[in-house]
Ligand binder design. Structure first.
Ligand code: B12
Length: 819
């Protein structure tokens, strides 16, 4: 798809200029206004662009009168996935054209010429892989279609809003960049904990969005203005672009089946004082807000002074959840995912042993690495394909940011494109050809790029020579629009066995790069000891010397005791490690003498921040390693009972991630990967149970289902397999099942026992409703309930016949009932 030429002279001052000075105002809520005007539940608001264009135009007009100067088109759900799948009555192109037409007509009627039209792009309503089933490139394609249609109709900017997954936001921004040159604004829905649904914090959102080149970044929806202050503060601490803030009119609550918002226009307006002080500059409203809210807020805000916009200097890379900052403490980049000099790793690449590669990553994470270097280049394998696979799999099991390490620009682009976050890029150097290949990728996808001080003339022998190359790289990067904060210089180190003065040259170069370029630095420390015995001894000392010269990051082996000793002792001595807490935590394991008692060997700290028993199956499930979980289960089945593995390993592991999820140390993607690993372990157990199953006549038919609104089905599936194993015919209605469907099946199949599962407090009412309907239509049918949140009390309260705490208890109840 060719880019649409949007470089025509603009009629108004370019919004990129306007938005930097003073305040800019968005419209407020749209969906809630339309509901107030009669939009029915389930009806598509976008359709109203055609069927009720007078109302849509009127809404824009009222917002314009209230003082908004950016209109949001009524196209939030106008994408081929959401709109067309819901059998949109009109073609997508017609809907988008009408929406933009309505916005423009309202502007015309208002007589104002200082208003901009933003194409409103909302989330697709589906989670991206691996969390959901939507492939990243498909998402990019869907966004492109919508944005292209909007751009053709002449919008001024693209507003990507209410994003609750940074990966989807990235797909939308890339789509916009590939379709047009219009400015892009990203606003995300942070929940009350200040994070996106999939875990990203505000700092991560800023790093990713700015890396991709947005004009402004911010927050909308989810909560009211007062709950947004901390998020706005953090956004503004890291963002060099203006910060957007569009809250709801308070927290939504339900009253007589209707959603209501309590914050009045006056209270809404007042609440913007701390938001403006925190740094919000582009302001508006979301659900529940009206033209009166925007009018009151605008009048109030215009009495305040915006916080001056400043270029922030933080060097940040991110995963999908968190950012790693290079200014605060030395950053450890684990070097073990790299075939150089590692015959086992080479073999793993040749054998396509992804599990081995993932394990290398997870071990380094456990040992304390902050970032993982990923190098999978081997002449005999397809590097592009392998890079794609390893990055995809790694980012599904670890929340550490990755450093993409390859000399192949195609492999680099492939990885940067599908990377979920802002990656570290290894590397560029002073060679013109390399800069020409790498800098456009940094500009397009964002990233922090390692700059090696080598050019066409080789590696200079002096520190000054290396500084000269670094300066040239900075200058060329600037020409590509890449900020110096997104470069980290690696002044390289040669082995002291070949060149006795090389350590000093490198250390001097570190100092010069700091002093003269204010540059951040990184070093592949272990090269210094090449050719010497007991290399770790030299490496550790050299690492300390380099940190003393201000080294910001090291590519190193986190399994090396000497390197970790250098790291923890340095941080303690320099007061980077407050109260020496980290040193104390690791002192025993790092001590040279083994006399000191070590911590409980049966417990290892997991990356998830929750303690994991040192058991291979539990660890595999907690870490989301599918293949490993299945392999260990096979092994365990040789000596353990199926039910023992389910109760004492599988459920225990899921409990651990569940607790981490509650404590917000584990996020949805990790929960999902653990669920998949548990499922893969269970499929091995299931095969064994099925093989040993009873071959006698059916003892009776039982219906099982996870209730409406609940998608947890692992427990229910276990119950099903066990019941089948004991000779029952089980009709499995699946998950998220309507009460009506359960009743219908019970009546049709003449069912004596129904098993219902619910895992969330919020879905217990759906269970109660199902029981109520069953009682009415099939009073003789017994209902047995289970699932993690249920208790005997709940079960009694909702009128179930039996509460079964686990699968075996369900079987026992069935045996009684069908006896
Ligand atoms: C895995 C998991 C997921 C997976 C589910 C994958 C799948 N295919 O099932 C995914 C990632 C999709 C997921 C999503 C969500 N999850 Co979840 N998830 C879990 C987790 C970690 C494990 C559940 C599990 O499978 N346990 C193992 C099985 C074997 O145990 P079990 O179901 O209890 O089953 C046993 C018994 O209870 C009984 N039993 C079970 N069913 C039945 C049925 C009958 C008839 C009988 C008799 C007995 C019986 O027998 C089983 C075997 O002994 C739990 C935490 C936990 N420890 O429970 C959170 C948890 C249930 N999830 C939670 C939440 C909040 C969510 C989300 C809303 C997160 C989000 N923000 O999107 C979504 C929900 C989406 C939805 N609408 O349902 C919360 C619920 C909080 C609450 N109290 O309401 C929990 C408790 C985590 C937490 N601590 O915060 N989740």
């Amino acid at each position: 798809m060719n880019k649409i030429d949007t470089s025509n002279p603009v009629r108004k001052t370019d919004i990129r200029e306007i938005i930097k000075d003073g305040f800019t105002f968005f419209e407020g809520g749209c969906g809630t206004i339309l509901q107030g005007k009669g939009l029915k539940p389930g009806e598509q608001p976008e359709k109203w662009n055609i069927t009720h264009s007078d109302i849509i135009m009127g809404m824009h007009y009222d917002y314009l009168k209230a003082g908004a100067n950016i209109v949001k088109t009524n196209t939030f759900g106008a994408n081929s996935l959401k709109y067309e799948l819901a059998n949109g009555e009109f073609p997508l192109s017609t809907v988008i054209k009408a929406a933009i037409g309505n916005a423009k007509s309202a502007i015309k009627k208002s007589g104002r010429n200082d208003v901009y039209v933003a194409l409103d792009v909302g989330p697709l309503g589906k989670l991206l892989k691996p969390l959901g089933d939507l492939p990243f490139e498909r998402a990019v394609g869907i966004f492109k279609t919508t944005i292209k249609l909007g751009v053709q109709e002449g919008v001024d900017l693209i507003l990507i809003e209410t994003m609750n997954d940074i990966y989807e936001a990235k797909a939308a921004i890339l789509a916009a960049k590939e379709v047009c040159n219009l400015p892009i604004i990203l606003t995300c829905a942070f929940d009350e904990s200040g994070k996106l649904l999939t875990g990203a914090d505000p700092k991560t959102v800023v790093a990713v969005a700015e890396g991709l080149g947005v004009m402004a970044v911010g927050v909308n929806c989810s909560v009211g203005p007062l709950q947004m202050v901390d998020v706005v503060k953090e956004l503004s601490e890291y963002a060099s672009v203006p910060v957007v803030c569009c809250p709801n009119a308070g927290m939504p609550r339900t009253e007589n089946g209707k959603t209501v918002y309590d914050v009045t226009p006056d209270i809404f307006a007042e609440a913007f004082t701390p938001l403006v002080e925190a740094g919000a500059q582009v302001l508006g409203g979301c659900c529940g807000t009206t033209p009166d809210h925007i009018k009151a807020m605008r009048e109030h805000v215009l009495t305040l002074t915006p916080k001056p916009l400043e270029e922030k200097k933080h060097t940040l890379i991110t995963s999908y959840t968190h950012a790693v900052e290079f200014d605060k403490r030395p950053i450890l980049i684990g070097e073990r995912i790299n075939p150089t000099g590692k015959s086992k790793f080479k073999q793993a690449l040749r054998d396509h042993n992804i599990d081995y590669i993932l394990q290398e990553g997870l071990t380094q994470e456990d040992k304390g690495a902050h970032v993982l270097d990923v190098n999978v280049g081997l002449p005999e394998i397809d590097e592009v394909e392998m890079m794609q696979e390893v990055v995809t799999e790694l980012q599904a099991v670890t929340a550490l940011p990755l450093q993409i390490d390859t000399t192949d620009p195609i492999a680099m682009e492939t990885a940067l494109r599908l990377y979920n976050g802002k990656a570290m890029i290894n590397s560029v150097n002073g060679k013109e050809e390399v800069m020409e290949a790498i800098f456009p990728l940094v500009k397009k996808y964002g990233g922090v790029c390692v700059a090696l001080t080598i050019d066409e003339g080789g590696i200079p022998e002096t520190a000054e020579g290396r500084l000269r190359i670094a300066k040239n790289i900075f200058k060329r990067a600037e020409e590509y629009g890449i900020s110096p904060k997104d470069l980290i210089v690696d002044p390289l180190c040669m082995s002291i066995s070949a060149d006795p003065g090389s350590a000093d040259v490198t250390l001097d170069a570190l100092r010069l790069i700091k002093e003269e370029l204010n540059g951040k630095t990184s070093l592949g420390v272990s090269n210094i000891s090449f050719g010497l015995p007991n290399r770790d001894l030299i490496n550790g000392t050299f690492f300390t010397m380099a940190m003393q010269r201000g080294l910001n990051a090291a590519i190193m082996n986190p399994n090396s005791r000497e390197m970790m000793k250098a790291y923890y002792t340095f941080n303690a001595l320099k007061a980077i490690d407050e109260n020496c807490m980290e040193y104390i935590e690791h002192a025993d394991e790092l001590a040279v003498t083994e006399a000191a008692p070590t911590a409980d060997k049966n417990v290892v700290p997991a990356a998830s921040g929750v303690e994991t028993p040192n058991d291979p199956l539990i660890t595999a499930i907690v870490k989301g390693l599918k293949d490993r979980a299945a392999a260990v289960t096979e092994d365990y089945l040789k000596e353990k009972e199926s039910i023992d593995i389910i109760d004492n390993y599988l459920i225990k592991a899921l409990d651990i991630v569940g607790k981490g999820f509650e404590k917000k140390t584990v996020f949805l993607p990790q929960l999902l990967m653990s669920a998949e690993a548990a499922n893969s372990a269970f499929s091995v157990i299931k095969a064994k149970i099925v093989a040993s199953g009873s071959k006698e006549e059916s003892k009776g038919k039982i219906v099982v289902a996870t209730v409406k609104g609940d998608v947890h089905d692992i427990g229910k599936n276990i119950v099903k397999v066990l019941l089948e194993n004991y000779g029952y015919d089980v009709i499995d209605l699946g998950k998220d099942v309507d009460p009506e469907k359960v009743v219908e099946t019970v009546l049709k199949e003449d069912i004596k026992l129904v098993g219902l599962s619910a895992l969330m407090t919020t879905t217990v009412p759906a269970m109660e409703e199902t029981i109520k309907q069953l009682r009415k239509s099939a009073p003789d049918t017994k209902v047995c309930v289970g699932g993690a949140v249920l208790t005997q009390e709940y079960s009694d309260m909702i009128g179930a016949d039996k509460y079964a705490k686990d699968a075996m208890e369900t079987v026992r109840y069935a045996e009684e009932l069908f006896a």
